[in-house]
Every structure is written in C-alpha cells, then in structure tokens.
Design a protein around this ligand. Structure first.
Ligand SMILES: [Zn+2]
Length: 159
C-alpha cells in the first residue's frame, strides 16, 4: 500500500517532495531507498561525488556504497528538515525510510541528511522553517555548534 505521493515541495521551492496520503504510525516503513550499488573504489573515482556532502550517497558497508541519484529512486525526493519525521534505516545492502514520528495525512515527509558540521556548512542553507531550524543542513547532533555561533555573534553586538 502506497503511503505517499509526489508533490511540489514546501521546503524545496524549486523541487518536489513526498507527502503522506494517509496518517502514518511511528515505526512504519514508508519507502525503499534504492539505487546503484557501487564499490568504494568507484565512489572515489567518480567526479559525481567530489563534493564532501553527496546527498544521495550512502555507506552500506566497508566495501560498498549506494548511489541513490537515479531516476527510479523516488525516496531521493525526500527533503531535509531540522524536525524530520522520517529517517533512513537499513540492513545488509538494503535501505529504506521509516517514520520516526506519527505523521498526519498531508504532511511532507522529511529526513535528516546527516551532514557534518564543517567549514562548508553555509553552502547548504535549510529552508524547513521548523521552529528549531538552525538555518543550515547539518545533522542533529552538530546543530548546537551553529546555535552557539549565533549566540557569540549576538554577544559581540551587545558589547
Ligand atoms: Zn531547518
């Protein structure tokens, strides 16, 4: 049973997103994340992955990666949000997307892209507009660094 449909995204204004077409319970597997299984060597050689933050590249194990940047991978359309309602999950060479909250019909499905905090974080602004949005696509565990930066800036202005 299909739980989603493709629609113009509210987060990525120029792109598409996936939307729940019925209420989805926390823990439900929503969609497979498919693509081409490639070796780490292929990943290293490919110019496609030169960027330090390849959005659609997943580490499967110490030999293989999954390149999800293929037209038949519908799950690649899921956008990042700072209060994501889904997350990537996997076992062996299989990946999928699971609801980590109860999701209401009509809500956009979102994941945490898991980008690390580094000098390039400003290249990826986040437009999720959730209350806790840190302004950039950075994984949850590292967002405090950006919040701290904001505070530092505020303090400087107060002095
Ligand atoms: Zn955000």
């Amino acid at each position: 049973m299909k739980l989603y449909r493709i629609k113009k995204s509210n987060i990525d204004r120029n792109g598409k997103g996936l939307y729940a077409i019925k209420n989805i319970k926390k823990g439900t597997k929503i969609i497979d994340y498919v693509g081409k299984i490639i070796t780490k060597k292929q990943t290293e050689k490919s110019e496609k992955f030169d960027n330090a933050k390849p959005i659609y590249l997943f580490n499967l194990n110490n030999r293989y990666d999954l390149d999800g940047d293929v037209p038949w991978n519908i799950a690649r359309l899921i956008n990042h949000s700072c209060s994501n309602n889904c997350d990537y999950d996997g076992k062996g060479l299989k990946l999928w997307v699971t609801a980590i909250k109860n999701i209401k019909k009509g809500e956009e499905l979102t994941c945490d892209y898991g980008f690390s905090f580094d000098k390039d974080y400003k290249q990826f602004p986040c437009k999720c507009r959730s209350r806790n949005c840190c302004g950039y696509i950075v994984r949850e565990g590292s967002r405090w660094r950006i919040k701290r930066n904001k505070k530092l800036v505020n303090n400087l202005f107060q002095i």
